[in-house]
Write a protein that binds this ligand. Sequence first.
Ligand SMILES: Nc1nc2c(c(=O)[nH]1)N[C@H]1C(S)=C(S)[C@@H](COP(=O)(O)OP(=O)(O)OC[C@H]3O[C@@H](n4cnc5c(=O)[nH]c(N)nc54)[C@H](O)[C@@H]3O)O[C@H]1N2
Ligand SMILES: Nc1nc2c(c(=O)[nH]1)N[C@H]1C(S)=C(S)[C@@H](COP(=O)(O)OP(=O)(O)OC[C@H]3O[C@@H](n4cnc5c(=O)[nH]c(N)nc54)[C@H](O)[C@@H]3O)O[C@H]1N2
Ligand code: SF4
Ligand SMILES: [Mo]
Length: 738
Amino acid sequence: MRSKHYRTCPLCEAVCGLEIAVEDGRVTRVAGDREDVFSRGFICPKGASLGALHTDPDRLRRPLVRSGGVGDFREVSWEEAFAEVERLLPPILAEDRQAVALYAGNPNAHNLSGMHVRPLTKALGTHNVFSASTVDQMPKELACALMFGRPLAVPVPDLDRTDLLIMLGANPWESNGSLCTAPDFPGRLEALRARGGRLVVVDPRRTRTADDADQHITIRPGTDAHLLLGMIRVLFDEGRVRLGRLAPFVNGVEAVAKAVQPFSPQAVERRTGVPAQTIQDLARSLSGAERAVVYGRIGTHTTDFGTLAAWAVDVLNVLTGHLDEPGGAMWALPAHTSRRTPGPGRGFEVGRRHSRVKGYPEVRGEFPCVTLADEIETPGPGQVRALITVAGNPVLSNPDGERLARALATLPCVICVDPYVNETTRHAHVILPPPSPLEKSHYDMVFYGLAVRNVAKWSAPVLPQEGLDESDILARLGLIAAGMGAAADLGVVHEMLEQTLLAQAMRDSEGLTGRSIEDLRSQLAAEQPLDRAVEILVRTGAYGDQFGARPGGLTFDKLRAAPHGIDLGPLVSRVPELLETPSGKIELAPERIIGDVPRLATALADLPGPGLLLVGRRDLRSNNSWMHNLRPLIKGPERCTLQMHPQDASGHGLADGQDVRVTANVGSVVIPLQVTDRVMPGVVSLPHGYGHSASGSRLRVASERPGVNSNLLSDAGRLDPLSGNATLTAIPVTVAPA
Ligand SMILES: Nc1nc2c(c(=O)[nH]1)N[C@H]1C(S)=C(S)[C@@H](COP(=O)(O)OP(=O)(O)OC[C@H]3O[C@@H](n4cnc5c(=O)[nH]c(N)nc54)[C@H](O)[C@@H]3O)O[C@H]1N2
Ligand SMILES: Nc1nc2c(c(=O)[nH]1)N[C@H]1C(S)=C(S)[C@@H](COP(=O)(O)OP(=O)(O)OC[C@H]3O[C@@H](n4cnc5c(=O)[nH]c(N)nc54)[C@H](O)[C@@H]3O)O[C@H]1N2
Ligand code: SF4
Ligand SMILES: [Mo]
């Protein structure tokens, strides 16, 4: 029996449509779906490997329970696995709920079951919540929360309509884009230039994205915030500030003008290595262009000044009249959300609690990843003694991975929801594997909210589910944490989520006045709990049928009947409706952020020394730490190498291909050297996500070419103090023959 299926790829933020051919229950081919309304046939090697992921013999199908030391497991039934959870977890919770920590990793953002992480957190009742957000985009979320009122109110570059894109610290040619969902990002950049637009890339490496740019500007790592504040100062100095339509909705312009005074182009040049003339030219072309936008990503966020850089990007967009305008930085209006009634919002609070050991403020209910090991190692009331990970591999993705691994080994209770036995989960006492992506339905709850076009698509599972749905796994853990036992009825959790979503919709949507929850529930067409949640959000969202009150609106049946997706049009202006600050305006100069500018001004004096600075990189065939076990993705040249400029190599007496020892203050690694002029002098680059040689892992393919863990070099003591985000770039290192 042959069939064709259409599904959104859940592996990265680009949400490509895939066409999946199945023969007798086996995937025979994964190709780009040429009819997908958003991706139009684009696919990358990772998406094409979904079949290989599904059949990977190392991917767990059944739960594992610890039977000896680290990495010793036996396969058990789901009942036995949850019985073991019930044996280990509740006694610790009963003593102290803070003794249990939760770490949620990146794939939660790509799974509908991610909706169940917050309820699980609530059931656990712990404040020790950590996630990959604080090794990634928390600076942007904090800046947006303070400026616009909501952390996920992240404006994205309107790629398809802009004439000038200034991109910092991003390499979408390999990453396919982040906090900017745009399938075939490279093709969209090509189109930008084909219509006469300009692309400027700011990166210490000449990336493939930089190859395709009109201008590549190298920058000393870790100094983007300086550059951006220098550009802001030029706007004020030259009378170029133009708020346009947003003028009545912007507070704090004067305070910004004052704050950027120390950042003269000359001072910024000394710090960043970007010529003063270039800084002026960038500011001028941004303010002179009709449709232009600044966009910054991971290289700007994972620094000591991540929040300042994230903030400055949007300050530039506001001050040049490019925010909320076509071709500028705009907000998506995804189908599962609705427009607000314009007016003041509740705003955003930070630091409602502080972490026990280091006193870091919570942001979005999370503590910084960098302090997870502190919380495990430091004795006293509230010491973490149990860890639950959901879709995360912190041993490879968090700073000072070696220390974290040592800390994990001391815990009497580690529970991992994960399909692999890897560097983190080998420490587990129970591993609960989710189904493969091909066994799950999909609607992109996170990334449609960050997309460069408004689109909606729901995909049905391609293959029948073998194990337990991930939402059921998380719900079951929640029931155990809530003291209801391993045998409690899962329906309770799903029903609660449904009730909550419906009650929320009835509060927010005028179209539902006078309706009852029971009446709405009886009209749901979807069968599975997660799909029903999608249905509620979409039907009560901006384009929804409001459960019949708006005939012709979007329904679940319409989604189901459109396997290539539904195009809802280009991005539309959203100010003032979107603003949820207490003033109802854009806060251009939030106190917390302005209060941090003096720290940046002090750092103006840190001039480049003779040492080397380490930066990361991504490769098209990688996905953080977890897809190196798929043979189609690891073939080809060795990718885990230390890149170094020829000038530095000869200065150090090093040759291409030789093994070198890279040493930072917290650790060292040995790795083959790759001499290339793609990195600027003074900078070396190592990709993250490798280091698959830990004993007790079950990654047979990945361990053939293990590489090294670059996070053995990143210091858990360094972070952006505002957002709690780890510093993962601009790490001082020395390099010597191994
Ligand atoms: N030095 C350095 N470090 C970095 C970065 C960097 O640029 N440089 N990047 C950072 C960034 S941006 C991120 S997002 C983080 C990622 O940090 P993490 O999320 O901690 O790490 P991942 O490598 O994405 O690991 C994902 C885990 O989820 C599992 N998994 C895959 N699919 C599923 C699923 O459907 N369900 C479940 N339950 N599990 C699944 C995988 O087996 C793997 O164990 O790493 C960060 N670390
Ligand atoms: N193929 C692939 N795709 C991925 C992932 C993956 O691991 N592999 N991970 C996914 C995830 S979780 C994320 S968050 C996104 C990230 O997506 P991107 O933000 O595009 O990340 P990178 O491709 O790492 O590009 C970051 C660039 O920043 C540069 N850089 C480093 N330090 C600095 C600095 O101080 N200043 C400036 N201006 N640049 C600097 C690096 O040289 C690098 O070229 O990618 C996603 N997509
Ligand atoms: S670019 Fe991202 S979404 Fe598209 S096929 Fe590749 S991994 Fe999947
Ligand atoms: Mo990420």
